[in-house]
Write a protein that binds this ligand. Structure first.
Ligand code: AMP
Ligand code: MG
Length: 272
């Protein structure tokens, strides 16, 4: 029987290996089923709560979680479900949208670096600097020479963060074309979710193949020991949540964050 602990190795993009998303099944469940996954997820969320409490108390290191995926892949839903285990104090979420004029006046990592988590914090990126080799590439927003140089720059930036005490874990949520169609339709059919849908999403959908090629190259070139990518089969939300939660819980457990001893306290103190 599969255990959540198996997912980290199974879904890792091994540094140096070539990713081809079309060879991976976004509907995969790795031997789990929906009913038995629910208690397993609860267990992983409890592990996350425990580790975050220690990390925040220790206040020496930070964790950066990067979420990428095509429109409707489930980035928002993953944040809502998995991150509910965290104490909001000590946790930051940053969503990266179309850059402002001020952001465009700077190098593409400027707005990113400002949002990286401080010591003791867990920082979650809903989209990230990877947009600068994804949407920017697909829409020719800069010359190809410029975005092609960015893979090495991103690896160097992430190595720098890692060398300075930040553990980085990157999740690519993978859905297939038909799942995206169904999710867009559901957004359109539900007036309370119209705010999540625009006609522009359908224009982006036409560029599906271009996006897949951009994802393949980004995942292939930027999964490193310091900042590994995990490709999460995300057609099924319950599996996506279990996979992300258990990989994160294992990553945080490896850090072994410790409660500080505190200052020298006298023995047998009774506070009056
Ligand atoms: P959403 O995640 O639905 O709120 O949409 C955010 C939008 O901002 C997406 O269409 C992204 O592709 C876009 N975006 C994020 N970063 C960049 C960037 N660096 N350049 C251009 N567009 C971006
Ligand atoms: Mg959107």
């Amino acid at each position: 029987m599969a255990t959540p602990r198996d997912l980290r190795a199974a879904l890792l993009v091994k540094p140096g290996s070539r990713v081809r998303l079309e060879k991976l099944d976004p509907g995969a469940t790795h031997g789990f089923d929906k009913e038995s996954a629910a208690p397993l997820l609860d267990r992983q969320l409890a592990r996350l709560t425990e580790s975050q409490d220690r990390l925040w108390a220790e206040a020496k290191r930070s964790v950066l979680i990067v979420l990428q995926g095509i429109d409707a892949a489930g980035k928002d839903g993953t944040i809502q479900k998995v991150m509910e285990s965290f104490n909001p104090q000590g946790c930051t979420v940053s969503a990266f949208k179309v850059p402002s004029t001020d952001e465009l006046a700077h190098d593409y990592l400027w707005r990113i670096h400002k949002r990286v988590p401080g010591k003791g914090e867990i920082g979650i990126f809903n989209r990230s600097h990877y947009e600068d080799v994804l949407v920017v590439r697909v829409h020719d927003l800069v010359p190809s020479k410029v975005w092609k140089a960015r893979y090495d720059q991103i690896n160097a930036f992430e190595q720098h963060l890692a060398d300075n005490g930040t553990t980085i874990v990157k999740f690519f949520l993978s859905i297939d074309r038909d799942e995206q169609r169904a999710r867009f339709q559901a957004r359109y059919d539900d007036p309370t979710r119209h705010w999540k849908f625009s006609m522009g999403d359908l224009e982006e959908r036409k560029l599906w193949d271009e996006y897949q090629a951009a994802f393949d190259e980004a995942l292939t070139r930027t999964s490193t020991a310091a900042a590994p990518w995990y490709v999460i089969p995300a057609n099924r939300k319950w599996f996506r949540n279990l996979a992300v939660a258990s990989i994160l819980a294992d990553t945080l457990a490896d850090l072994r964050p410790r409660y500080p001893a505190g200052e020298d306290l006298p023995p047998n103190l009774v506070i009056e």
